[in-house]
Design a protein around this ligand. Structure first.
Ligand SMILES: [Zn+2]
Length: 302
């Protein structure tokens, strides 16, 4: 396995030769530690690696398969071994040391490492995957909007939860749900933010691009701008702008709401982007960073 790595909301470029052993995910300690700003020191002809960050020292011995934390032996959480000169250690050990949480997104072969984000910790975020069930939304070739909305929403939920947010959905996968019931659900949920996820469709293939909607509320405008910017950064789709529109949902929920239209399922350019799982992961990543940027800003305003 040589998958991708996301760290704190960004894609890490370059090789990440992760591997699974005994059902434990292993990462090369030196590569991760270096990128996370630790000081590295090799001993015992490359069989022992000491890393240090913020006064905390972790020493891994590949020959003895041990981990010492400030000189004390600690559980390794799985196998340790040498692979092509790199000391492979369980991801859980790396996360404990660097105060990160992690998950593995199997369908895009991606390891996600995340810190707890102060702006997101304990924030209640309601995700609204548009359409669903009897209502497919827009359709373009093999792409069905309701399914894409759900797909981006669960990827986003993973990223948000890893960073400390509490996430709920307005509907289940495949469930039919009217907009007025979504609004009722949002009122009951009493969340801080509502992110409605849609995709566009049109009768002509030349319409492509990403747009984000808000209505009436200054905070929602800020949130929409951040999300739109980070979505464009990830997807490189056409910028159709941050728009104000009096959608029923945006008018009636008692939280800060936005509505994202990631791209056109019918678009000559967007269709291929949206068909690619990795690009949908990146769409979620862009929305995630937009939300994070907004919550950081709103925290500092308090
Ligand atoms: Zn829609």
């Amino acid at each position: 396995m040589s998958g991708r790595l996301l760290v704190n909301g960004r894609i890490w470029e370059g090789e990440m030769p992760a591997e699974w052993r005994e059902e434990v995910l292993l990462l090369p300690l030196s590569v991760v530690a270096e990128r996370l700003g630790a000081r590295l020191e090799w001993h015992a002809c490359g069989e022992e690696l000491e890393i240090e960050k913020d006064g905390s020292k972790l020493t891994i011995s590949a020959s003895e398969k041990t981990a010492l934390w400030q000189g004390e032996k600690v559980p390794t959480g799985g196998p340790i071994h040498l692979k092509q000169g790199m000391i492979m250690v369980p991801v859980s050990l790396i996360c404990r040391y660097f105060h990160l949480t992690w998950t593995y997104v199997e369908d895009v072969d991606t390891v996600v490492l995340s810190r707890q984000e102060p702006g997101l910790k304990g924030k209640r975020i309601l995700l609204d995957p548009g359409h669903g069930g009897a209502d497919p939304g827009g359709v373009g070739g093999d792409l069905v909007e309701a399914e894409l909305n759900w797909d981006v929403a669960w990827r986003l939920a993973e990223l948000l939860r890893l960073s400390g947010a509490e996430v709920e959905y307005t509907r289940l996968q495949g469930e039919t749900m009217s907009v007025s019931r979504r609004v009722d659900g949002a009122i009951q949920a009493g969340a801080d933010l509502l992110i409605s996820i849609h995709h566009n469709s049109f009768m002509h293939a030349e319409l492509n691009g990403t747009e984000t909607y808000w209505y009436h509320n200054w905070s929602a405008h800020q949130l929409a701008k951040s999300v739109q910017n980070h979505l464009l950064e990830e997807l490189e789709t056409a910028n159709r702008g941050v728009r104000e529109a009096a959608f029923y949902l945006l008018r009636h929920v008692p939280v800060v709401p936005i509505l994202v239209k990631v791209g056109f399922v019918t678009g000559s350019h967007d269709n291929a982007v949206l068909a690619d799982r990795w690009m949908r992961e990146r769409a979620a990543l862009g929305i995630f960073r937009g939300i994070r940027e907004y919550t950081e800003g709103s925290a500092s305003r308090l």
